[in-house]
Design a protein around this ligand. Sequence first.
Ligand code: PXG
Length: 483
Amino acid sequence: MYSNSLTPSVTLVASVKQAAKEQVFDTKAIQKLDSAHYLHPFTDFKDLNQKGARVMVRGQGIYLWDSEGKKILDGMSGLWCVNVGYGRTSISEAVYKQMETLPFYNSFFNTTNVPAVQLAAKLVEISPPQFNHVFFTGSGSEGNDTNLRMVRRYWDLLGYKERHVIISRHNAYHGSTVAGASLGGMSGMHEQGGLPIPGIVHIGQPNYFEAGRGMTEEEFGLKAASWLEEKILEVGAEKVAAFIGEPVQGAGGVIIPPANYWPEIQRICDKYGILLIADEVICGFGRLGKWFGSELMGFKPDLITFAKGVTSGYIPLGGVLVGDRVADVLIEKGGDFNHGFTYSGHPVACAAALENIRIIEQEKLVEKVATETGPYLKRQFATLATHPLVGYADSIGFVAGLNLVRKKADVVHDCVLFDDAQSVGMICRGYMFNNGMIMRAVGDRMIIAPPLCMTVAQIDEMIELIRSCLDQTLMDLQGRGWV
Ligand code: PXG
């Protein structure tokens, strides 16, 4: 039913919707067209062209359907973003209504639009008290580019022209623009394109499983935070503008820091007067059982990057919550901040966000993750730690991860790891997908971030699916002689 020819859009929408329901897609034809023309993000194009992409056609609640009619439990909320689940018609209606009324107008040249104003006020209402201003972007990466430029502008306005260095962490993910990828600590990204750009340096991540040998979690939390102070002294405090971190690292593999890590990071930033940026692109909007993850982790950032969950991914939107410390200087000192995007404050995206936040509030999804489904997921996910392949399993709110190991041990640091972590993760991910479960692999760590609307019964369904896929992975690895 797909062809290269141009189809009038109304017919196309109707036919795609109908086809999704009736499952009449010609998968091979779509894959062929995909290979011919579509370069996917973070993808080995040659490899994908040989395999053919999976074609997702429909979503409802926590489930997806592919073009072969296969039903899949989406344990990753799309890409950490579909917090309210798929198929929310009230969001599509809000988007449609806004498109009919004012599909676009920019926020440059002393102009504004109603949904952007309403959303800014709403975000101020639900965010911690130090936030009274919002800068909108189109994505999380653009949000972090904004942070970089804004913190440098802040110090410039105060007369500290030298104070331009931003400290981040290895294995952090802050986006894929030049600044985002530089702020991030992914070596594979730095290798391509001569990154990081000057003025960005990295310290170790608070990964207890990887680096906490011989220490309690508490001791390790202080140790990992001390790397920040060491770096500040190495660079020179008078040159450091800000520290940026994800409250819980997402793309790096759901790295949950010890409870004392963030308060200690805050203490160090305060000691040297350094701005603290929380990248909440994943942790925001209820993911950890609070509106923002920094609230749970016990620190008070000066800036918060957001994206993803702000619209549950229905329409792209991102931005920065700007705390009073920074906003007051930017506003009072005056002068243009020469930064912004065509789609900053896009009225349709803001309308989608307003309806998304209304749903989160009405269904008390943040509270549920905090007191009901989050604790239930924690208990159930912990039962997977008894599996012979699982060396370490932890979770917080609605993110969780487990490490696949060759041999378990009572002390997690004594577990014997697989030689080829990458392949083991991919094998496990393959069983997950073939059995209708999306669980991501980051090396040998298997991770989930399910939609916040997931019920207790659906958590049971997911955990049993994961367990049976772990069994199949174990049998496969035994067959290869890897365990
Ligand atoms: N910060 C964080 C913490 C993120 O997780 C971004 C910034 C960038 O957002 P945009 O909207 O520009 O993509 C992200 C995005 C993965 C994966 O493999 C994670 C993200 C993006 C792509 C892949 O887990 N997170």
